[in-house]
Ligand binder design. Structure first.
Ligand code: SAM
Length: 311
């Protein structure tokens, strides 16, 4: 796929109906020969729309008008390029805990949570947030995570977590304002509710910062898993991570995680784990598949805003 096609596809498949600003911007970049030439000078992984738009916002540039966006990127290309090369999309969405919760709450308690691809670790606190599934509320913390749930019997309570740890190639620090403002820049312009959720979840996590280890989800998982207490159920989980991992390394991760004690919870786009059979998704929006120990259970919207249970 060319860079122009990738931006056009992003506009239609990801931004349409979710962020009119990014849909407009992506379509404009797809037709902008100057910007495409600059992007094509970068490694493929560094050309992606979310990364470019996040970096421009991080640098204080405009994203609401394609003409001023073009001028900003061209004028400040040295700074934009430098940030693109050192940064990665690490969107950390606490809302995804609403999707994980029904599975986590049904496992033998207490839990030792180990998240791979944890970013700043905001998904390591499913016991500290509150949830609303329709008119059913669970937990009493903040932020309140709203999830439109179909076919689901919502859990009666939040899980009991006695140990939590995360692994990431580039862990972010919730107590560092620069890291939190990078996470903020990755949130799409219209999503004020997600910005508020990030602030609330980051404050909750900063009050009791997680153990986050810099490392790879294959090479460094066994050593971190070995630190988990043996009198709790070890749960290795990941959400929206494996699309960033090359297929042979995904396969190596799956082999490894299946050998560990405890359980494996995955919330990933349907292609990355290659499930044998999946029901039709509820509509043509983008969905993750929630799975326990390799068994698909539900379709989940990307930020945890809705799930349709089928397992
Ligand atoms: C899109 S973010 C998702 C963060 C978090 N799981 C969430 O759902 O909010 C993906 C994260 O995976 C991490 N990652 C990508 N490849 C990895 C690898 N091989 N080992 C460990 N972490 C990885 C990235 O650094 C990034 O922080």
């Amino acid at each position: 796929m060319t860079t122009a096609e990738a931006y056009a596809e992003f506009g239609i498949r990801e931004a349409r109906g979710v962020s009119p600003t990014y849909e407009r911007l992506a379509q404009a970049v797809a037709r902008d020969d100057d910007l495409l030439a600059l992007l094509d000078g970068l490694p493929p992984a560094k050309r992606q729309p979310n990364l470019l738009f996040g970096v421009v916002r991080w640098l204080g540039g405009p994203v609401d008008d394609p003409v001023t966006f073009h001028d900003f990127v061209v004028t400040h290309w040295a700074a934009v390029e430098a940030e693109l090369l050192i940064r990665a999309t690490q969107t950390n969405e606490a809302g995804r805990c609403a999707v994980l919760l029904p599975v986590l709450a049904a496992l033998p308690q207490p839990l030792a949570l180990l998240e791979v691809g944890a970013s700043a670790g905001l998904c390591l606190y499913p016991d500290r947030y509150a949830y609303r599934y329709g008119d059913h509320q669970v937990g009493s913390g903040t932020p309140m995570l709203e999830c439109e749930a179909n076919g689901l019997v919502p859990p009666a309570d939040v899980p009991q977590v006695v140990w939590r740890a995360g692994l990431d190639l580039n862990p972010l620090d919730v107590t560092d304002p620069h890291d939190v403002s990078w996470l903020d820049a990755l949130i799409w312009p219209e999503h004020a509710h997600r910005r508020a959720r990030l602030r609330a979840a980051a404050a909750a996590a900063a009050a009791d910062p997680p153990l986050l280890v810099r490392g790879d989800l294959v090479d460094d998982l066994p050593a971190l898993a070995a630190q988990a207490p043996t009198d709790a159920t070890l749960v290795v989980f990941h959400t929206s991570v494996l699309y960033q991992v090359p297929p042979p390394r995904r396969d190596a991760f799956v082999r490894l995680v299946r050998e560990l004690p405890g359980h494996w919870v995955a919330n990933e786009s349907p292609e990355v784990l290659g499930y044998d059979a999946l029901p039709e998704p509820p509509d043509d929006a983008l969905y993750n598949v929630l799975a326990l120990d390799g068994k698909p259970l539900a379709w989940a919207r990307g930020h945890g805003q809705a799930m349709t249970w089928f397992g």
